[in-house]
Design a protein around this ligand. Structure first.
Ligand code: BG6
Length: 489
């Protein structure tokens, strides 16, 4: 096999504000939902439901304390102060693009203000200007699990229609501010994760609702508001920044039937259909009929305002980005099967696949299948904006990490991408998740490391926070430098 990646392929890395920046109260930043996320050493790291869970009591407690030991996203990896050093390392790594997000409460501390926080705006301008100076293309997510906490407390998060206008204002301000520096935008990170961790995504605290159905209905309403907000942001970016491109961002959850029993196939189909729902709305510009039917069957009243359908239809995305970490299995006999974990779902174990230390099923072929599936369905360019393996790395005496397991993981995933490109997929780029070690989204651990660059900090924030290159650093640099050819030498 040879390399089929296009000349201008955007090899890159990804981080998110809430997992990297730290400086949670610096220069006027307000509290975000991420500042409530606790490191929970007594909860199993495979118990994702309870790792993500946030109660009203948790919120009240978080607001009373300035602790950063058990609230690791408040400290991140101090990217806020070290971004120049980190960007220089990314340059050395050869990144052509870097995916970052803008913390909404750094710009609007409560979310509903009229005037932005100038210091917040200045921070991202400095970051983007430095990226441009280094010739690293910014890929910017407007919302990555970091809405202002104030909107949860005072508006019920995205359940309130008013939040669309607040987000729209935020989006317009940052687009106006950075449109000379940013070409590639994403609206909502993993917009499909609303049901898996509703607090982090749409600010829904489940205990506020008196039944499972009421919670589900509220989440659908919040999601509808996000879809509309996403389309409005897309409209605005297209209007003021011709040439800019806006993408949707999906967690790709590829589900296989356990057997050829038609009942297994039907179950897998339902799972995959649910996953497609979110990108269908953003790419096709309309709700799939099965979702509308589901609402009717369940008696859910999802409020649409006049014009919502037109906005969704007219302002669809230019490309579809997605995260890919694992594949899943659907089985009618799930009760009798071994289970595996994952921050996105726990499910039936696939006997053909290895798992990571966190029980995530490693499946490069699943990435190939996902690429073909999404491209054949949507026929728009695809962008892999998250992929990688979380592992317990060990820093050696000479300050590196011998992470051959990471190299093996990426090599197989890159080969799968290359094959999909050979088979006709239009793939714009690839950004590895946690290109530098950052705080885990689901478990708030620092010891779940994804990076090519090691950050000397443990789960309690102890350490120098110095950065060290892992063995995989040079390996990835060569892949980028040769545009994938080194994979086949
Ligand atoms: C994705 C998120 O779901 O997975 C990232 O968009 C997250 O924010 C990544 O970090 C990996 O998950 P985790 O829980 O291992 O950090």
């Amino acid at each position: 096999m040879k390399s089929y990646f296009k000349e201008e392929f955007l090899w890159g890395g990804a981080i998110a504000a809430n997992q990297a920046e730290g400086a949670w109260k610096k220069d006027g930043k307000g509290m975000s939902v991420a500042d409530v996320a606790q490191f929970k050493p007594t909860v199993s790291v495979k118990d994702y439901k309870n790792q993500w869970k946030v109660t009203l009591e948790d919120i009240a407690k978080a607001k009373r304390t300035d602790d950063v030991v058990y609230y690791p996203k408040r400290r991140g990896i101090d990217f806020y102060h070290r971004y120049k050093e980190d960007l220089a390392l990314f340059k050395e790594l050869g990144l052509k693009t870097l995916r970052v997000s803008i913390s909404w409460p750094r710009i609007f501390p409560n979310g509903d203000e009229t005037e932005p926080n100038e210091k917040g705006l200045a921070f991202y301008r400095d970051v983007f200007e430095e990226m441009r100076r280094l010739d690293i293309e910014p890929l910017v997510t407007l919302s990555h699990y970091e809405m202002p906490l104030y909107l949860v407390d005072n508006y019920d998060g995205w359940v309130s229609r008013k939040v669309i206008a607040f987000f729209d204002h935020f989006a317009r301000v940052v687009v106006d501010e950075y449109k000379d520096l940013v070409t590639y935008w994403l609206t909502f990170n993993e917009i499909d994760s609303v049901f898996r961790h509703p607090f982090t995504t749409v600010g829904v605290v489940e205990e506020k609702y008196d039944s499972k159905e009421a919670t589900e209905e509220a989440i659908y309403q919040a999601l509808h508001h996000q879809f509309v907000a996403s389309a409005l942001a897309t409209e605005y970016i297209h209007k003021v920044s011709p040439g800019a491109q806006v993408g949707a961002m999906l967690t790709k959850r590829m589900t296989y039937p356990e057997t050829c029993n038609p009942q297994d196939v039907k179950l897998a189909l339902a799972e995959n259909r649910e996953n497609h729902f979110y990108s269908d709305v953003q790419v096709f510009g309309e709700y799939p009929q099965h979702i509308l039917n589901e609402w009717r069957e369940k008696g859910y009243q999802i409020h649409f305002e006049d014009g919502d359908e037109t906005v969704l239809k007219e302002h669809t995305v230019d490309y579809l980005s997605f995260s890919y970490y694992m594949s899943m299995v659907a089985s009618v006999n799930a009760d009798q099967r071994d289970k595996v974990g994952g921050n996105i779902t726990a499910g039936v174990k696939n006997p053909y696949l290895e798992t990571s230390e966190w029980d995530w099923q490693i499946d490069p072929t699943g990435l190939y299948i996902s690429l073909i599936d999404l491209y054949d369905r949507y026929r728009i360019p695809l962008f892999i904006v998250e992929n990688g393996i979380g592992a317990q790395d060990v820093l050696t005496a000479d300050k590196t990490v011998v992470d051959d397991y990471r190299i093996a993981y990426f090599r197989e995933h890159f080969k799968a991408m290359n094959e999909a490109v050979k088979d006709g997929v239009d793939l714009m780029g690839y950004t590895s998740w946690g290109v530098i070690d950052i705080v885990s989204a689901s478990t708030s651990q620092m010891s779940k490391r994804y990076g090519f660059i090691y950050v000397d900090a443990n789960d309690y924030g102890e350490g120098s926070f110095d950065r060290y290159k892992k063995k995989s650093f040079d390996w990835y640099r060569e892949v980028i430098e040769t545009n994938g050819k080194s994979l086949f030498e």
